[in-house]
Design a protein around this ligand. Sequence first.
Ligand SMILES: Cc1cc2nc3c(=O)[nH]c(=O)nc-3n(C[C@H](O)[C@H](O)[C@H](O)COP(=O)(O)OP(=O)(O)OC[C@H]3O[C@@H](n4cnc5c(N)ncnc54)[C@H](O)[C@@H]3O)c2cc1C
Length: 463
Amino acid sequence: MSGQPIHIVGGGLAGCEAAWQAAEGGARVVLHEMRPLVPTAAHQTELLAELVCSNSFRADDWAHNAVGLLHEEMRRMGSLIMACADRSQTPAGGALAVDRETFATAVTRAVIDHPLIRIQREEVAYPPEDWAHVIIATGPLTSPTLAENLLARTGEGALAFFDAIAPIVHLDSIDMDLAWKQSRYDKAGPGGDGADYINCPLDRAGYEAFIDALLAGPKTEFKTWEEAPYFEACLPIEVMAERGRETPRHGPMKPVGLTNPHNPTVKPYAVVQLRQDNALGTLWNMVGFQTKLKHGAQTDIFRMIPGLQRAVFARLGGIHRNTFLNSPKVLDGALRLKVDPRLRFAGQVTGVEGYVESAAIGLIAGRMAAAQALSAPFAPPPFTTALGALLNHVTGGGLAGVGESFQPMNINYGLLPPLEEPPSADGARRGGRGERGRMRKYALSLRALRDLDAWRGAEVLAA
Ligand SMILES: Cc1cc2nc3c(=O)[nH]c(=O)nc-3n(C[C@H](O)[C@H](O)[C@H](O)COP(=O)(O)OP(=O)(O)OC[C@H]3O[C@@H](n4cnc5c(N)ncnc54)[C@H](O)[C@@H]3O)c2cc1C
């Protein structure tokens, strides 16, 4: 056991999982949680790992659903959050839903009872210099004092206080018989080849119908404590349409500098562009389409766009109060802050989204910190696993890290490297497109669990 404890700031989903993993690995942990002394705008109790909204951990099907796969990987890694969720389950069809009080009480009890974990109820303004090993897991509602102090260390642009998310589409669901690849005026730009965008053309009637749908679509309201955070540079697409029916056509939907090779003599009236969102090239985001439309409406309305009629969305758009780092820029591959490597980050503040994803990054950060504190080796999980893919997303796999537009992400199959061998054409022919998708997910899940088990085996041998 090491003399220097690991200080974990924030006793939410990520902080508790990190504390558990580190302590189970033999490290001493001090967990600092500011509630109930300092409240947040969303938490209601003083329990650790409180679920601030829904009581669902989403689909529990490891074979065909990416978050279900993450559940299974975490179970195999001895996750506290998954063990307590399994014990607190309520009926919810194919989803894993929990009784929130039973769940948070179980996590709190397990953390309190662990002989290597001590809980300290206090707000941490910034980790003191004599804390050698630190994990910051303060979540989307990180206290303003800590956020300001972090910003002072990391500099402008390193920490965001709202997300502004445009929908992200799986490449293989875009109809390239209607869409085409081209950059405006064929400009190559740094790192580009002149065909960096996928373009979806609208004629005048299609554009007018689309604007009508944007204006009529149901919108999500901001909570009072969120305040409307509209910046002119990233207005929601429907707010743009409210300012004038032609405004989107002079903004993100402008048709200039583009020629449709499927119909070269007819200029599109408007164009929706998608830009590559991850290094693998499997995910593409709709440029300028951040939105407060309700999720169901987004699917219907965005599928009106030619080329996106059968779009499968890796994530839908949104704008929320959120505190998160530009992780690909400011963190190293081991989740440490480059300007102050004592500090490792975990949870939603790293730019993942969701209860399960936050806990998953906590799991990895806890193991990394324990290995460092105990001078033991640690190899990160392979990118082919859901855990490794999430880690890759926050530490540099997303292309956005190169620019300034890194946005939070749920786990999805698009974050995993494509299969070397696609599933056999036979099944696809029999079952069509839907069956091919299911077979692909199953093959990706099988590969992930096989690689996770091999990695876990190697970890045991190294210990
Ligand atoms: C309003 C809201 C609703 C959400 N709804 C959902 C949902 O329905 N489903 C879903 O999957 N995800 C949801 N999320 C997103 C996210 O998954 C959760 O917020 C999740 O709890 C994040 O886990 P975390 O451990 O990173 O942060 P949290 O669970 O928020 O834990 C962070 C902890 O750090 C503490 N803390 C903050 N600052 C300090 C400090 N300076 N010193 C000490 N302690 C500090 C906080 O009190 C808190 O206990 C929601 C987020 C918000 C803001």
